[in-house]
Design a protein around this ligand. Structure first.
Ligand code: MRU
Length: 339
């Protein structure tokens, strides 16, 4: 099971990122030659999705070591990369991982060592996606065709592999069982409409796009066997930060008895955050809500609340699918055991 889509590529002395802001209208690549280029690409959503921004930030540290391998410069670059987006813990995890391994090297060897580590992070993410895909697809009993729902984009575009939630859905399709994938559009930035719909169509998955507001009726209809979503950070108690709109889907799924699965590598689990309250939720520019692709859809100065993520409490999560296996409640015990 594979995907045609690649979201990033290392090219000798630069990181190439598929420009996700422009999808699905144009396929363009952004070349990042410095760590600051990578930080602004992450902040500006050229690359997005928790695992993908972790991998990109790992390469950002390689670029930082090319520019200036001194301790002080690397630490500066690491803080700027980590500040690019606050919620997805994979970002800080990858930056710290590269920083930790290169600190013990002499400055002249640091860039080469950073590159080896960044490549490992990328390869491990691709392998983790395949393991999650198999674990997640095994959760669906029987061998009948099923309809599934996702949210945002947790696919190849969001990882270095086949995706987390969308990796599971690809695997269900590879087993000949995917009748339909329901994809909410994911306002305000429309990752469902622009990215998941495009990615699914590129790879031949039967996708149906809908407004976010249509999801509740679809879940009530009884036609959806399960919801699979990704995560940006999972607290020790199993609280899940993911794209805003995940929590309402979990509430409605629970109301109608539809299993709600979260799919994420262990690098997304933050045992230092005891509960969801400890997870910083990014608030983004008001114009993301006031406009669509630069076209005003609201009064230009209206006050806006624009959280990029929301928190789903553990009691609404049926199971968490990781690359090391499946955690079920009580997550306080099962996540710690998996890690
Ligand atoms: O703001 P985004 O597009 O980076 O948000 C992405 C999500 O919320 C994803 O569901 C999450 O990062 C998991 S991606 C495998």
């Amino acid at each position: 099971m594979t995907s045609k889509i690649r979201t990033l590529d290392w090219d000798d002395d630069a990181l190439l990122l598929l420009d996700q802001r422009q999808l699905p209208l144009r396929t363009a690549w952004v070349r990042c030659a410095t760590a600051d280029d990578v930080a602004s690409a992450i902040h500006g959503l050229v690359v997005r999705g928790a695992p993908a921004i972790g991998v990109a930030a790992g390469y950002g540290m390689v670029l930082a070591a090319f520019t200036d391998p001194s301790d002080a410069a690397l630490e500066e670059a690491a803080s700027r990369l980590k500040a690019a987006r606050p919620t997805a813990v994979n970002l800080a995890w990858a930056v710290d991982r590269v920083l930790d391994v290169i600190r013990s090297e002499p400055p002249s060897d640091r860039a080469a060592r950073a590159l080896t580590e960044a490549r490992h992070i990328e390869a491990e993410d691709a392998a983790a996606c395949l393991r999650m895909a198999a674990f997640g697809a095994d959760l669906l009993p029987g061998d009948e065709p099923v309809e599934l729902m996702t949210h945002c984009n947790a696919g190849a575009l969001a990882t270095a592999g086949v995706g987390t939630a969308l990796g599971v859905i690809r695997e269900v399709a590879a087993r000949g069982r995917l009748q339909r994938l329901w994809a909410p559009e994911a306002r305000p930035v429309l990752q469902g409409a622009r990215l998941t719909a495009w990615e699914a169509m590129q790879d031949g998955l039967p996708v149906t796009l809908m407004a976010d507001t249509a999801a509740a009726s679809v879940l009530r209809s009884g036609r959806v066997a399960a919801v699979f979503v990704g995560a940006d950070r999972i607290a020790a108690d199993g609280s899940v930060a993911n794209k805003v709109g995940t929590y309402p889907l979990a509430v409605v799924a629970s109301r109608h008895g539809v299993p709600f699965y979260v799919v994420a590598p262990v690098s997304t689990v933050d045992l230092d955050a005891p509960s969801g309250e400890a997870i910083p939720i990014e608030e983004r520019d008001a114009d993301e809500v006031r406009q669509i692709r630069g076209v005003a859809i609201a009064p230009p100065n209206v006050t806006v609340f624009n959280p990029a993520f929301d928190l789903t409490p553990p009691e609404l999560v049926t199971a968490i699918v990781t690359d090391r296996g499946i955690a079920r409640p009580p997550y306080g015990e099962t996540l710690a055991a998996l890690l």
